[in-house]
Write a protein that binds this ligand. Structure first.
Ligand code: ACO
Length: 428
């Protein structure tokens, strides 16, 4: 017999179905509660609310487990490529060699972006934030691609938009970087794999013989894989909720990019490196900065520390810390901020303030150091996060559509003024 939970309000008892996920997670289904009782549930920040049933990503924050479609993040980061993981997230299974080849081939044939988009892109002032540029450009792709707005797209047509978006995203991200330098954009070389092509368009010269270091490509693949999905976080929930209004794919992803921008979410990777830089310039006294983070009268927070769901450790942070050591060694870079980061981590992990609140380094604590080593400026970090998160957003958008989920529309508990009489402006 299926389990039920009972809720007693006054002298009435309501039976609520208990739902169990495939990893044993349990949830109380309150979707009919308001109709039955007139009550809504209140959960500011959705800290304990499941908004959907999803088969894409599983994470257990208490023990530090992250899996995409049932595969551990450790195995994927070690063995897979970003584009293979994108396929896995979007289509549900690891591709065969032929499927992967066909996927790469199709993507590589959509990397060009409409030349008229450049006119609009040129209008951004130099120095404008890359995330503002990215969200506008991705939203604009729909306007430059009217076929994507046709009502009732078939599954094949939707799939074509997905392919186009993955392809054009890497070109657009590289444009944004080139613009920040005042350099001309580099057109894609479609013989290269996705990540190598991206690094070529970003760091290559306009010559045919530019080589991109495989060490750099491998580090970039790993970073993108680690960011590829993270179930119902702020930006992903944004993508799903915007998509639930039947907004097109580009509009939904553009909204997700805006949500990711915030320093409490994807913007944290930029904030971490700026913080480490600040600590370095201040003399590197980590104890002083730990004390500031603990001081409730000081707005300073240890960026890259703490996570809404990981309360033991963030498995991505472990992989990234190791990758960070490896890449810096391979590239022969001695980065003082890495030493400061490690010292901060050590002090914080032994400090009761952080231990009691279960605050551990998150994915962003070390990723910025790798991006710096690869040559990216700090304000590009969140854009790179978006590039990595794109397949996850797409998979979640696609799943939301396939499930025919209703438009997202939370309730509220109104706490404002009740009945007031309008008074003439002269009498106020
Ligand atoms: N430094 C110092 N104290 C912290 C930190 C931190 N980084 N994070 C949380 N705390 C403290 C809070 O002050 C609070 O203390 P209190 O209970 O005494 O009031 C307690 O820990 C709980 O913090 P909340 O903000 O309630 O936790 P929440 O789950 O809402 O927030 C968040 C999680 C936003 C990630 C938070 O830990 C934070 O701001 N971290 C820094 C920013 C960051 O690294 N964000 C990236 C997240 S990962 C990602 O988006 C990819």
């Amino acid at each position: 017999m299926s389990e039920t939970a009972q809720l007693k309000i006054g002298d009435k008892t309501y039976d609520l179905p208990v739902i169990e996920g495939t990893e044993g997670e349990k949830a109380i289904d309150i979707s009919k509660l308001r109709d039955q009782s007139g009550y809504v549930t209140l959960d500011i920040g959705y800290k304990n609310t499941g908004a959907t049933k999803s088969a894409i990503t599983f994470l257990d924050g208490e023990v530090g487990i992250l899996k995409y479609r049932g595969y551990s993040i450790e195995q994927l980061a070690e063995n897979s490529s970003f584009i293979e993981v994108a396929y896995l997230l979007i289509y549900g299974n690891l591709p065969t060699a032929e499927q992967l080849q066909a996927f790469e081939f199709e993507i590589s044939h959509h990397t060009l972006v409409h030349e008229d988009m450049k006119k609009f892109f040129d209008g951004f002032p130099s120095g404008s934030h890359p995330m503002g540029q990215l969200s506008s450009l991705i939203g604009a792709l729909a306007a430059f691609n009217p076929a994507s707005l046709k009502p009732g797209l078939t599954a094949e047509e939707v799939n074509l938009e997905i392919i186009k978006l993955i392809a054009k995203m890497s070109t657009i991200v590289s444009w944004i970087y080139k613009k920040s330098l005042g350099h001309p954009v580099i057109y894609p070389r479609n013989k290269l794999d996705y990540v190598t092509n991206f690094m070529y368009m970003t760091f290559g010269q306009r010559t045919e013989d530019t080589e991109i270091d495989p060490v750099v490509v491998s580090a970039m693949n790993k970073l993108l894989i680690l960011h590829a999905d993270h179930e119902q976080n702020c930006s992903t929930s944004t993508v799903r909720i915007v998509g639930s209004s039947d907004a097109n794919l580009y509009a939904s992803i553009s909204a997700g990019i805006s949500a990711l921008w915030g320093p409490l979410h994807g913007g944290a990777n930029q904030a971490v490196v700026e913080m480490l830089q600040q600590i370095k310039e201040d003399g590197g006294d980590t104890d002083k900065w730990i004390a500031k983070a603990k001081d409730k009268n000081d707005p300073f927070r240890l960026m890259g520390f703490g996570h809404r769901v990981y309360k033991n450790f963030d498995p991505r942070a472990k992989i990234i810390k190791k990758a960070c050591d490896d890449i810096l060694e391979k590239l022969g870079i001695n980065d003082e901020t890495l030493e400061i980061a490690k010292k901060l981590e050590e002090v914080a992990l032994n400090d009761p303030y952080f231990v009691e609140r279960k605050l551990y380094p998150n994915v962003d604590f070390y990723s910025g150091i790798i991006y710096t080593a690869l040559g990216f400026p700090t304000d590009m970090f969140t854009v790179l996060f978006a590039l990595g998160r794109l397949p996850g957003w797409i998979a979640q958008w696609k799943e939301m559509k396939a499930n025919k989920e209703p438009i997202g529309r939370p309730r509220q508990v109104y706490v404002g003024e009740t009945n007031r009489e309008y008074t003439d402006i002269k009498k106020r």
